[in-house]
Design a protein around this ligand. Structure first.
Ligand SMILES: N[C@@H](CCC(=O)N[C@@H](CS)C(=O)NCC(=O)O)C(=O)O
Length: 219
């Protein structure tokens, strides 16, 4: 197997980049990393050297380019014989559903609670749309854990692409507060943000000096 290269954005802000990166760590794949700072005049030109969409993340495996975070998660899982998904068919179907739901939705959560790993104790006005997103996240975490989580601590017991997909959501709750989440979801958020395998990404986020003004919301 050739060495994988993962092109990402800033550690502090790039929620889509974090998803394949953490799955690479959990699958024990290893990769070379190329980081391109977001929101700069040169971002599009630099990203365009790797990505047909001019966005990150993008994965290279030799001559092959894979873009879109969900497609990358699928590819990484395939490299490990499907290990990125739950082994049991009904659990796998639910995991794929929640991954697709995150990729396609949660607009209010994404825009009103931008991922900002360094920030703590931020509070933003609660809108109806944001409250609805939080209710759905609470139900989703609780249902996954209760229905399929008994073999371990993650959403489907063992670590899967679903956990990778929702890790940036866990960091959002660390920043903006846990209000609206019940006990099961709170415990899951605590587990996810303290995952030892994400610690190097968090440390790098804390070392970054760039600030993106429109991502710095809340007081
Ligand atoms: N649907 C894409 C979204 C990727 C995306 O929006 N990435 C952001 C960084 S987190 C980006 O590249 N932004 C730069 C831009 O849009 O110019 C995926 O799932 O990979």
């Amino acid at each position: 197997m050739t060495e994988l290269t993962l092109v990402t954005g800033n550690r502090n802000y790039s929620s889509w980049s974090l998803r394949p990166w953490i799955l690479i760590q959990h699958l024990g794949l290893g990769c070379r990393e190329v980081r391109i700072a977001l929101d700069t005049p040169t971002f599009a030109a630099e990203a365009g050297r790797y990505s047909p969409t001019l966005r990150v993340p993008v994965l290279m495996d030799g001559p092959l380019t894979v873009w879109e975070s969900v497609a990358i998660l699928e590819y990484l899982s395939e490299l490990k014989g499907g290990a990125g998904w739950p082994a049991e068919r009904t659990a796998r179907a639910m995991a794929r559903s929640v991954v697709a739901e995150m990729h396609a939705g949660f607009q209010a959560l994404r825009s009103e609670y931008p991922m900002n790993i360094r920030a703590r104790n931020r509070r933003v006005p609660m809108t109806d749309e944001l409250a609805a997103s939080i209710r759905r996240i609470d139900a989703l975490f609780t249902d996954c854990r209760r229905e399929h989580g008994t073999s371990g601590s993650w959403l489907f017991g063992q670590y899967s692409a679903a956990d990778a997909m929702y890790l940036p959501v866990a960091f959002r709750f660390q920043t903006y507060g846990l209000e609206g989440l019940g006990r099961v979801a709170r415990d899951y958020v605590t587990l996810a943000v303290h995952d030892p395998l994400v610690a190097p990404w968090v440390a790098a986020a804390e070392r970054e000096v760039e600030t993106i003004k429109h991502e710095e919301v809340g007081r």
